[in-house]
Design a protein around this ligand. Structure first.
Ligand code: SDX
Length: 429
């Protein structure tokens, strides 16, 4: 315990223990506040509320620090390997050669979907939002893999984690193929994680997609940078659903739904739509920034701002570097990248953004890279989900392993009508 906090209520003193984390962040432990004082706290959006103790990811928003199991995010930039990072997040250490071999073999073995699941895709309109399909099909997986329910031991859980991490690619690719009326391409047994996904997305029965090594590295890094971010909206949703002892698939399907929102993972689509609107509308970046500052415009500079980062989001910096290198190498000249860079330049010198500590976040450049690779805009948030899935699984498992874990059930302050009598319909006006 790192000291105590004293609360004075109605003239009475109450002391609460201070908890301190590895990096010195401090919390007032109020687990018995209501029992002792009859009061609750009120914190809409939970900006000041810790929901749990976690050992998975550390963020320092003021310093712009992000670490996975203590490893700074910048150290994954060289030879990025998403599968290794997925293992690190879930199991707490980088995989040994043997652990990596077994996990990789499971990812290959589990890549296919049950053949009858293909009929589910046919039931969706081609215009169906891919995030709706993703959430539905992750839930549907639980109908075909009851063995993934009984996670009483680590090996069963590892198989279920590998199954979900592998199959999310296949579901995503099949959702895309259905939307463009192309035949489903089966996973390739000889392809690694990212190239296999791109194979299922872009190969044709008559022409196999060849994955450029720079694209493989870029997409591995994008998935790594999205892999976890402590108690963000979608991860907290996964923990909330998992706290009722709902299964891993139902919990992650709920995470997909939370991620879909434009204030969260949906922002990468909103950023591209914003840049495209500026480009096609011949709007100057200066004029658009003026709009974003005007509350009445209801316009926001999408991809800017963050609840935690009050400094640069380190992921945004790394993704900006990827974009600067990848596009020229692929021979892609994207005017939206020029617009993004100009918006960033203007905003970083504008007091409105500086005073509010609004910096580019992970979503500001990711869409430009995905677009250069050939991923359609409506699949961007699906890509975020593929990246974030290991983080969701890690948090679900950490919570499931926590002794004495309780169902998440926040309180409220009721502000509705006082006691009121029921009025029979015939007596209503
Ligand atoms: C992700 O939590 C995570 O970790 C999320 C994430 C992850 O990895 O899981 O990092 C991924 O979701 C990144 C965020 C993607 N969303 C966007 O880019 C959407 C645009 N950004 C904003 O809507 C906003 O910044 C949020 C949602 C990200 C954060 O919202 P907050 O913390 O609730 O901040 P706020 O809405 O209270 O804004 C504070 C002030 C307000 O102005 P004032 O009332 O003080 O005058 O800043 C303004 C806001 O109007 N503001 C913006 C703005 N973001 C905040 N003004 C213009 N453009 C913006 N983008």
């Amino acid at each position: 315990m790192a000291g105590e906090a004293t609360l004075i209520l109605d003239g009475q003193e109450y002391r609460f223990p201070i908890r301190e984390g590895t990096e010195g962040e401090r919390a007032i432990d109020i687990q018995d506040l209501r029992a002792r004082t009859g009061h609750i706290t009120l914190d809409p959006g939970y900006g000041n509320t810790g929901s749990c103790e976690s050992a998975i990811t550390f963020i320092d928003g003021e310093q712009g620090i992000l670490r996975y199991r203590g490893i700074p995010i910048e150290q994954f930039e060289q030879a990025p390997n998403f599968v290794e990072v997925a293992w690190l997040l879930i199991f707490g250490h980088l995989p040994s050669a043997e652990e990596y071999r077994i996990f990789s073999e499971r990812l290959t073995a589990y890549a296919n979907l049950d053949e009858s699941m293909k009929h589910h895709f046919e039931g969706f309109p081609r215009s169906a939002p891919p995030m709706a399909i993703l959430s539905a099909m992750i839930n549907a997986l639980s109908c075909f893999h009851p063995d993934f329910f009984e996670l009483e031991d680590r090996d069963h859980f590892q198989a279920a984690a590998a199954g979900l991490i592998s199959k999310i690619r296949t579901i995503a690719a099949y959702a895309y193929r259905h939307s463009v009326g192309r035949p489903y391409i089966y996973p390739h047994p000889g392809q690694r994680y990212v190239p296999n996904f791109l194979h299922m997305m872009f190969s044709q029965p008559y022409a196999e997609y060849v994955c450029d090594p720079i694209v493989k590295d870029a997409l591995n890094l994008i998935l790594i940078l999205h892999a976890d971010h402590e108690q963000n909206c979608s991860t907290s949703t996964v923990r909330m659903v998992g706290s009722s002892q709902a299964n891993l698939f139902a919990s992650c399907a709920a995470g997909v739904c939370a991620l879909w929102g434009p204030l969260h993972g949906g922002a990468n689509v909103a950023v591209l739509e914003m840049l495209d609107r500026i480009h096609r509308g011949h709007i100057s970046p200066e004029d658009y920034v003026r709009l974003a500052k005007d509350k009445d415009s209801k316009v926001r500079l999408m991809g800017f701002g963050h609840r935690v980062y009050k400094n640069f989001d380190p992921r945004a910096r790394m993704l900006a570097n990827v974009a600067e290198k990848l596009l020229p190498t692929l021979g892609v000249r994207d005017p939206l990248l020029d617009i993004a860079r100009r918006l960033e330049e203007i905003a970083l010198e504008d007091p409105y953004f500086v005073d509010r500590k609004l910096y580019p976040n992970v979503d500001f450049y990711s869409g430009i890279i995905l677009r250069a690779i050939g991923i359609p805009t409506n699949m961007f948030t699906v890509m975020f989900a593929i990246g974030r899935l290991p983080g969701w699984i890690a948090h679900w498992w950490e919570q499931a392993q926590t002794q004495g874990n309780r169902i998440a059930r926040p309180r409220q302050i009721y502000v509705g009508p006082g006691v009121t009598d029921h009025v029979p319909r015939e007596a209503r006006v």
